[in-house]
Design a protein around this ligand. Structure first.
Ligand SMILES: NC(=[NH2+])NCCC[C@H](N)C(=O)O
Length: 404
């Protein structure tokens, strides 16, 4: 698998997902905001909806669905990696020194659970009664949970030129990127196929960028949202790496309003075919500034790039890059439906092939508009999945698609 993707809609061959687990049960009315949820989901129902989603992908495309937990456990069989990850995860609580003790008392599979679902001090005390937790209360986390892990889109991004490993903005998600990077750099099936574009070597705290902000416009052009989650500096570095690699010729920086409902570029639009885009109409108008990065010159490792501020709307940029573009509006032309459905990720469908998408069943007006346009819409249940404010594209990390 060469771990490069050259479109958003080529027929899906392999995808990475995460079946939500115990990390969801860590959510309470008091921490849900910090952990970026709108509500406290019912885990069993959430898992059922997620299973429907992953089974639908398998049945309709025959694609391989990799599960994060299995990949993680495989990588954790390497003791060194396990110790390292455990230490890093315990760092924030100041408990890194306990990594060795934990490893002696938990199986590899249990460690995988701890690394994703977190670990509370009182849970740890059951295994290590004599431990000194300092000032930490029993109910505090020794390791914070990762309830957003089922949004596999965000901890990294595959592009035509290689992989961007995210540096995640919000504290409640920061551990996710490290887990993903460790898996891809060490798993026997993937490690030899990783071309890392970001972060740049030597950056201890890289500027933030998240996978949901990276959208492939064509084999030669990538758009990156300058958003609540992705900083200008990160876009500059990612653009430089992409342009230096050579496959991509143009990188667009798209300035989004910094609002929760527009947290990533893929909350605003998705590409469904060579010339078809699904978009939230209000946001298309709200984006008034874009910038374009191109290569100035490159000699060996020395790459110079150029940035032009375009003062063009997102629509103009899309039209420039995508010949004969048709834009389909969420909400089927009705502004209020568009607003309601955008909140539940109406624009965030997952294309499993050209003009073939998976969409939340609750977005009835958007789905109708898609069907009217001849798009095949496969619906999935969405009562619980949507409580994390992410849609089908957010929940999937395509690893291989047919080239277009
Ligand atoms: N690519 C996306 N739009 N992802 C949505 C992620 C939702 C998640 N609760 C967050 O706030 O981070």
């Amino acid at each position: 698998m060469n771990l490069r993707i050259n479109s958003e809609f080529g027929t899906l061959r392999a995808v990475l997902m995460h079946r939500p687990g115990k990390e969801i049960d860590r959510l309470t009315p008091y921490n849900k905001e910090f952990l970026l949820f709108e509500d406290v989901p019912y885990l069993e129902a959430l898992q059922k909806e997620h299973d429907t989603f992953s089974n639908l992908i398998k049945e309709t495309t025959g694609a391989t669905v990799y599960q994060l937990r299995e990949l993680l456990i495989r990588v954790l069989y390497d003791q060194q990696i396990l110790v390292q990850l455990m230490r890093e995860s315990l760092k924030r609580a100041g408990l890194s020194h306990l990594a060795g003790d934990i490893l002696e008392r938990y199986s590899t599979a249990e460690c995988a659970t701890i690394l994703t679902a977190g670990l509370k001090i009182h849970e740890l005390k059951k295994k290590l009664p004599s431990m000194n937790a300092g000032e930490l209360m029993d109910s505090a986390f020794a390791i914070a949970p990762c309830p957003n892990l089922y949004f596999q889109r965000d901890p990294m991004a595959l592009t035509p030129g290689g992989i961007i490993f995210s540096s995640m903005k919000m504290e409640g998600r920061q551990r996710e990127a490290n887990l993903l990077r460790t898996i891809f750099e060490n798993h026997p099936e993937f490690k030899d196929h990783v071309n890392t574009l970001y972060p740049i070597n030597g950056h201890d705290t890289p500027p933030s960028i998240e996978g949901g902000d990276v959208i492939i416009l064509s084999n030669e052009a990538v758009a990156i949202g300058n958003s609540e989650r992705t900083d200008e500096k990160a876009i500059y570095h990612a653009a430089k790496a992409l342009l230096g690699e050579g496959t991509v010729k143009r990188v667009y920086e798209v300035h989004l309003p910094k609002k929760r409902q527009f947290m990533h570029l893929d909350t605003v639009f998705t590409v469904l075919d060579e010339n078809l885009v699904l978009a939230y109409p209000d946001a298309m108008n709200a984006v008034l500034q874009t910038s374009l990065y191109t290569l100035k010159d490159a000699q060996g490792d020395r790459v110079n790039i150029k940035r032009e501020v375009l003062k063009e709307s997102l629509l103009t940029v899309l039209e420039r890059e995508i010949p004969h573009l048709e834009v389909l509006s969420t909400g089927n032309g009705n502004q209020e439906y568009a607003m309601r459905e955008q909140w539940f990720d109406g624009a965030n469908v997952f294309a499993v092939g050209p003009r073939r998408v998976i969409s939340y069943n609750r977005n009835i007006h958007t789905n109708r508009a898609l069907r009217n346009m001849g798009v095949e819409v496969l619906e999935i249940p969405s009562s619980e999945l949507s409580r994390g404010l992410g849609g089908p594209r957010c929940m999937t990390m395509p690893l291989s698609r047919a080239r277009v």
